[in-house]
Design a protein around this ligand. Structure first.
Ligand code: 0X9
Ligand code: ZN
Length: 422
């Protein structure tokens, strides 16, 4: 009898957990619009729509935004937009179709090597890092930059080719994927890793040899995995607040002017909850302590998407840091290098506060302020939605490779580091 009960109990338990697992948010018939209008009209529309639903709204600049509209709210949305004189352009009539096209099929995943024509889940990205570290054991290693709420490691790759006299090189840190749904960021970052490891282009091999690289394809792996298997538009971490709501925006949680602009103190806010206190999230707490222990940190570069922007500190004030002119000069060269392979223009370089909107508690500001890191940048990669077509990952990857080459080249010209590598 007891065994029978136990079996039934186990059966219910398994059934319950597996049915929970299947609750993938399909977004069937959800519409995705590009909207244009004056700032106040957009804000008004956003408030009205978010009252009706936890509507995803993304401002890429002050006069335009994108919005995801549930099918049952479509006519209401169009009505409000018309009244507010907001121009609407339908980008995707049914985002569920786009979401389905982004992942490899099961057989592909099993049979093929890691590639850059599809998006992978976190375990596959980590496997890629382990695989390459075994292929190049003498000068690469998997590194752990921190831990996550769900117990994952924040894994990255260190690339540090030997120098003749064992000279210490400047460190180039890449933070990618802090926002879970910005899938092009991790994909581009692994593309860039692959370039550093395999390219025979002299500019790229020289770039590889000049720095001690610490490259983290996704610093929010819990969020990324959740976005991959449950909700494509998830942005935050996965910590559980005291009221039961989940996640904080890891780019609002760093301990610099925490909780002031473009952020929310509501744990249920879908996008920008700042967390219960600075560094409340284990991801930002552990990663910030890892970064603060790096000697010789020269470059800190964060990749986000989307909007085609190059941002420099600070994000929450228009004050210019003392080497602002150099940051802009180096950033301009970076963009010029990018234009060699892509003609679409980026805005900036400029402070995030001036170019985009003020936002507090971001990693870039903390790394600049707390650690006095000389060269700190945030790239918002290209696109007009979080869905960069998978077949175009190499295009964005090539551009990023060029942009990083541009950063390093001009920083060297301006004397930020000296390298005797020919
Ligand atoms: O708001 C953010 O954290 C970033 N934009 S995103 O759409 N990818 O979420 C911008 C980060 C840097 N800029 C500011 N903090 N304003
Ligand atoms: Zn982002």
């Amino acid at each position: 009898m007891i065994t029978k009960l136990f079996v039934i109990f186990i059966f219910f338990f398994i059934d319950f957990s597996s049915s929970k697992k299947l609750e993938y948010k399909k977004y069937n018939n959800y519409k995705y619009y590009d909207i244009k209008g004056d700032e106040r009209a957009l804000e008004h529309l956003k408030i009205l729509m978010q009252e009706k639903d936890d509507t995803l709204f993304y401002s890429s600049n002050r006069k335009s935004a994108q919005i995801l509209v549930a099918p049952e709210l479509n006519s209401v949305f169009l009505e409000i937009a018309k009244n507010d004189k907001v121009n609407t352009t339908l980008v995707y009539d049914d985002v569920s179709e786009v979401i389905r096209s982004e992942k490899p099929t099961i057989s592909r995943r099993k049979n093929k090597r890691f590639s850059w024509d599809t998006y992978y889940d976190i375990d596959d990205i980590y496997k890629y890092l382990s695989d390459v570290s075994r292929t190049y054991p003498l000068w690469t290693e998997v590194i752990v930059g921190g831990m996550t709420y769900e117990g994952r490691q924040i894994r990255g790759l260190r690339i540090n080719t030997p120098t003749e006299e064992g000279v210490e090189k400047p460190v180039f840190f890449i933070e990618s994927g802090i926002h879970a749904r910005e899938w092009i960021a991790p994909a581009t970052t692994t593309y860039f890793i692959n370039q550093l490891l395999t390219s025979s282009n002299r500019n790229v091999t020289r770039l590889r040899d000049q720095f001690d690289w610490r490259i983290f394809p996704t610093v929010n792996p819990d969020g990324y995995h959740y976005s991959y298997v449950f909700d494509r538009y998830w942005r935050k971490t996965r910590s559980i607040s005291s009221n039961g709501c989940i996640g904080a925006d890891p780019n609002r949680n760093w301990d610099y002017n925490w909780g002031q602009y473009s952020t929310s103190n509501n744990p249920c806010d879908y996008q920008v909850y700042a967390g219960s206190r600075p560094f409340s999230e284990i991801e930002t707490k552990t990663l910030s302590s890892y970064i603060s222990e790096i000697d010789n940190l020269l470059f800190y570069v964060a990749f986000h998407s989307y909007a085609s922007l190059l941002l420099v500190p600070y994000s929450d004030s228009t004050e210019h840091v003392h080497n602002y002119e150099d940051l802009v000069q180096i950033g301009k060269v970076s963009l010029d290098y990018g234009y060699r392979v892509n003609t679409e223009k980026y805005s900036g370089p400029g402070t995030a506060a001036e170019t985009l909107y003020k936002a507090s508690g971001g990693s870039m500001d903390w790394v600049r302020y707390a650690l006095n890191t000389p060269l700190v940048y945030t790239y918002e990669l290209r696109g007009s939605s979080f869905h960069w077509p998978p077949e175009k990952i190499p295009e964005q990857g090539e551009e990023v490779t060029q942009m990083i080459l541009g950063l390093a080249t001009e920083a060297e010209n301006l004397g930020y580091y000296y390298s005797d590598i020919a």
